[in-house]
Design a protein around this ligand. Structure first.
Ligand SMILES: Cc1cc2nc3c(=O)[nH]c(=O)nc-3n(C[C@H](O)[C@H](O)[C@H](O)COP(=O)(O)OP(=O)(O)OC[C@H]3O[C@@H](n4cnc5c(N)ncnc54)[C@H](O)[C@@H]3O)c2cc1C
Length: 456
């Protein structure tokens, strides 16, 4: 047995004694369990929870402890449906019971405040210290308001909400939306790339447009003020908005369609959704949260409600631990997702830089399963496998029966993680009504089966 293993075993026994005194269960308290390797996970969201479950399935002898600050998980995926009242908070709130009782994953409900990489121990705000053989970090995202003048203060951030991390902000946004006057203006400001859930801000715009029309508004406005000139699923989404919400295609975007495709677009007198791309002056220069005004390169817009999703970075704890680089995201070895900043630490989910993979729940889930296999191999002294990863991002155009998606398979090689380029990724242009309806059915079915895959 190596010195490290001896140290680990001694530390685990000390910890097991300490946490038992504090009334906490680490799981596997027998001497044999104490011999088993211990993997600690920071964050019990999509990445962390999937990893914990699958490592226990692949390697039941390995002890897995998740440190998560909330006792229940509120899923961000699909959470815009709460803002428009299609779902309530209970519908997106998930218990950790099955992971603990069925899969033997240990949970410590606490906030991680530090990691001592030299002694391989994680500490929490509540005073718990846990040692690890391997550490998996999946803390999601944090928000960078420094790039949006007017939004630096806590007061402004309490008035102009993002709703990008589930939680109370969803209910607050729902109230703000309810308070929008008839035929009022809702402004949505999507973040620059890269960010969590590429079609998400646009799906939210569609859902809000549909909500305002369904409640009876005749000429509401949903303005998207974008720092970008395109987004995932844009070609199909803009076609849908042209059909459903009278959106006229921005001139500079026309080049993305063939003449035949362009001929299918109608010109409308009045548009519910307006997408102001960067090239047309959509970039936000300043927000006055109290007055609800948004200054763009094109002019000042008076809104009745503003939903700003500011630039994003890796979750705060990843930044505090020095796992991120200057981009604000965490570089990893793309085969094992082991941090290039710290050995024996793997970063997965939105926080990591994963080549062509988008920051999505599907990606986090796929990475987590791969890393569970890699860590199983590494703990056994075996070489890691060559991973295949996948992602599908579903989105609604607004109406609950009009769906679309982008689907990708990724392979890792010495150039990084690359998407396979030889396959169709989207629904065909001008897909049939039935295909859009079916995509919406797939979306809702995926939402349920995906949650089961992670948490059941
Ligand atoms: C509106 C919206 C719609 C979306 N729709 C989709 C979709 O349709 N499909 C899709 O694939 N993805 C979707 N996503 C994206 C998806 O939700 C995220 O990509 C996914 O949750 C990322 O997983 P993660 O593990 O990286 O982070 P998270 O799921 O956010 O988990 C991070 C966890 O870490 C915990 N944590 C953080 N710091 C600490 C700390 N210091 N101590 C203890 N715990 C900590 C947090 O409490 C949290 O539980 C959507 C997102 C949004 C906002």
């Amino acid at each position: 047995m190596s010195t490290n293993n001896l140290l680990n075993r001694r530390r685990f026994l000390q910890l097991a004694a300490g946490t038992a005194a504090a009334g906490m269960v680490l799981g596997g308290s027998t001497a044999q369990a104490a011999e088993a390797p211990h993997v600690v996970v920071i964050g019990g969201g999509v990445g962390g929870a999937t990893f914990a479950k699958y490592l226990r399935l692949y390697s039941p002898e390995t002890r897995v402890t998740v440190i998560e600050r909330n006792r229940q998980y509120q899923r961000p995926y699909g959470s815009s449906e709460v803002i428009v009242g299609n779902l309530d908070m209970d519908a997106i709130t998930i218990s950790y019971d099955a992971l603990q009782q069925k899969h033997g994953v240990n949970f410590v409900f606490d906030t991680v405040t530090g990691v001592d990489f030299a002694t391989r121990s994680v500490s929490t705000a509540g005073g718990v210290t846990l040692s690890y053989d391997r550490l998996v970090v999946s803390p999601g995202i944090s928000f960078d308001y420094s790039k949006i003048p007017g939004m630096e203060s806590a007061e402004a951030q309490a008035q102009v909400l993002h709703g990008w991390n589930a939680g109370d902000q969803l209910v607050a946004l729902q109230k703000q939306l309810d308070a929008v006057p008839v035929n009022g203006t809702v402004v949505i400001v999507p973040p620059p790339n890269p960010y969590r859930c590429p079609p998400g801000p646009y799906e939210r715009a569609g859902l809000i447009a549909q909500f305002l029309l369904t409640r009876g508004d005749k000429s509401p406005k949903v303005m998207i003020l974008d720092p970008k000139n395109g987004f995932t699923t844009d070609v199909t989404m803009l076609q849908a908005w042209n059909r459903l919400y009278g959106m006229n295609l921005p001139k500079p975007f026309e080049k993305n369609y063939t003449a035949e495709q362009l001929a299918t677009f109608k010109t409308h007198e009045q548009s519910v959704i307006q997408w102001v791309m960067a090239e047309e002056g959509g970039r936000v220069i300043k927000i006055d949260a109290a007055k609800k005004t948004v200054e763009t390169e094109k002019g000042v817009i008076q809104a009745d409600m503003i939903n700003l999703i500011p630039p994003l970075k890796a979750g705060q704890i990843a930044l505090d631990l020095g796992l991120a680089d200057a981009s604000g995201w965490c570089p990893v070895d793309m085969k094992t997702f082991e941090s290039t900043q710290q050995p024996l630490v793997h970063v997965i989910g939105d926080a990591c830089i994963a080549g062509d993979m988008p920051k999505s729940g599907y990606s986090a889930n796929s990475q987590a399963k791969v890393v569970a296999l890699q860590i199983k191999a590494l703990l056994a002294g075996k070489p890691p496998i060559a991973p295949v990863l996948q992602n599908t991002c579903y989105a609604l155009a607004g109406r609950s029966d009009y769906g679309m998606f982008v689907a990708d398979v990724f392979r890792q090689n010495d150039k990084g993680i690359l998407k396979r380029a030889d396959q169709p990724r989207y629904l065909p242009f001008n897909a049939s009504e039935a295909q859009y309806r079916l995509s919406a059915v797939y979306l809702h079915a995926w939402m349920d089966s995906f949650t089961q895959d992670i948490f059941a």
